[in-house]
Design a protein around this ligand. Structure first.
Ligand code: SME
Length: 144
């Protein structure tokens, strides 16, 4: 049985990351289908950090980012590169941290309660874009 054990008594984010990373090596398996690993990774992140309201992958396919495994409310199915926070991170192949999403021009609103966000691009070994990992919070400045 797969289980993630991160005690609620642990307050330090650093400690939580340490415990999470340790357990991910058991949870994720390179022999399993990628979609299974991506799915469990989103669940593990959401379970570990209360501040995360939405976490998910957008996968780059046919010149667009398409919604992949995620945890949270339903979200936009596709995003054009260069649009919103996800599309900008994808186009520039650079992580973006947004302390207040309302101040990001062109931010795509999926959940009106979302206040801050981090988007991390995922790059294939050949340098091409695989997709992005998007994390949202209902708190301002939740990510660093
Ligand atoms: N806010 C994102 C869109 C995706 S949702 O947050 C799930 C953006 O502007 O890229």
């Amino acid at each position: 049985m797969e289980e993630l054990v991160i005690s609620e008594n642990i307050q330090s984010e650093k400690e939580k990351y340490k415990l999470l990373i340790k357990q991910l090596s058991g949870l994720l398996n390179s022999e399993d289908p990628l979609i299974s690993n991506l799915s469990n990774l989103t669940a593990a992140l959401k379970q570990t950090f209360d501040k995360i309201s939405w976490v998910g992958f957008y996968i780059f396919e046919d010149r667009k980012l398409y919604l992949g495994p995620f945890q949270g409310k339903v979200a936009c199915t596709s995003i054009e590169p260069g649009k919103g926070i996800c599309g900008t991170a994808a186009a520039n192949k650079e992580s973006i941290i947004v302390a207040d999403v309302n101040k990001f021009p062109g931010h795509i609103v999926c959940d009106t309660d979302s206040k801050s966000e981090i988007v991390v691009p995922i790059i294939n070994k050949d340098g091409s874009l695989y997709g992005v990992l998007d994390l949202d919070s209902t708190e301002y400045s939740a990510f660093d």
